[in-house]
Design a protein around this ligand. Sequence first.
Ligand SMILES: Nc1ncnc2c1ncn2[C@@H]1O[C@H](COP(=O)(O)OP(=O)(O)OP(=O)(O)O)[C@@H](O)[C@H]1O
Ligand SMILES: [Mg+2]
Length: 258
Amino acid sequence: MTSAAPTPAAARPMIQVVDLHKTFGEQKVLTGINLTIPEGSTCVILGGSGSGKTVLMKHMIGLLKPNQGQVFVDGEDIVPLGDAEMERVRRKFGMVFQAAALFDSMNVYENVAFPLREHRKLPEEQVRELVRAKLDLMGLSPSVEAKFPADLSGGMRKRVGLARAVIMDPKIVLYDEPTTGLDPITTDYVDEMILEAQAKLKVTSVVISHDIASAFNVGNFIAFLSKGLIIEFGPPEQLRNSENPIVQKFLQTWFGKN
Ligand SMILES: Nc1ncnc2c1ncn2[C@@H]1O[C@H](COP(=O)(O)OP(=O)(O)OP(=O)(O)O)[C@@H](O)[C@H]1O
Ligand SMILES: [Mg+2]
């Protein structure tokens, strides 16, 4: 398998989270997150169940407001923004959901074209060109266009989901648990897809995961989240050599088996 390409050292931050705190009632979920994701890189946010990965991701797209702290997206602090402004910022993101979240009643072509129909008025000819180009980029031939999600393999559904997520040319792609629940071969196929998308689209990617093998395959950086804090951040090698006992214990569950 190919591995993540190195990020240029001087890349500017595409996402920067500064001293982020989030409390639900009595429960302190995020307690001072600092995280910088350079433009063009893939950052995996790794952590156990309930560690706050999804809550952190929701702050990046403005679905949650913090109690304290800042979230910069492409240089702009999004925390003070209202709904209309947030909508503008959200267009910088493409989202790939866990279950691919395709519309079952629509064929592949209509699924991928959906965001274009929602946000732009384009002649059908142009819609067709854009859909073809994105499917082609994902290694899917035009023959899949007429198929329905139920007729596709799990891996192909992910590729269609990614084609739809990037149809508007976002700067950032967010993957929420892209490999959870998949068999090992499909997991490899999805990892490969993330790496290819990275190389071809030059986007910044944020991958939420608790899959260690996958994190090591796709990440330029891994941020390890535990009890509301990033307790380790760096290239996969740094995580592998972490002296933090919580990180070590988490890694043992995987490296112990390999
Ligand atoms: N809207 C909410 N209201 C109250 N509590 C919430 C809310 N969203 C999340 N939480 C709590 O915050 C904690 C972190 O949740 P989160 O979904 O971010 O975990 P996670 O790391 O994504 O876990 P998983 O790997 O299981 O998806 C959990 O204890 C959860 O119950
Ligand atoms: Mg989650």
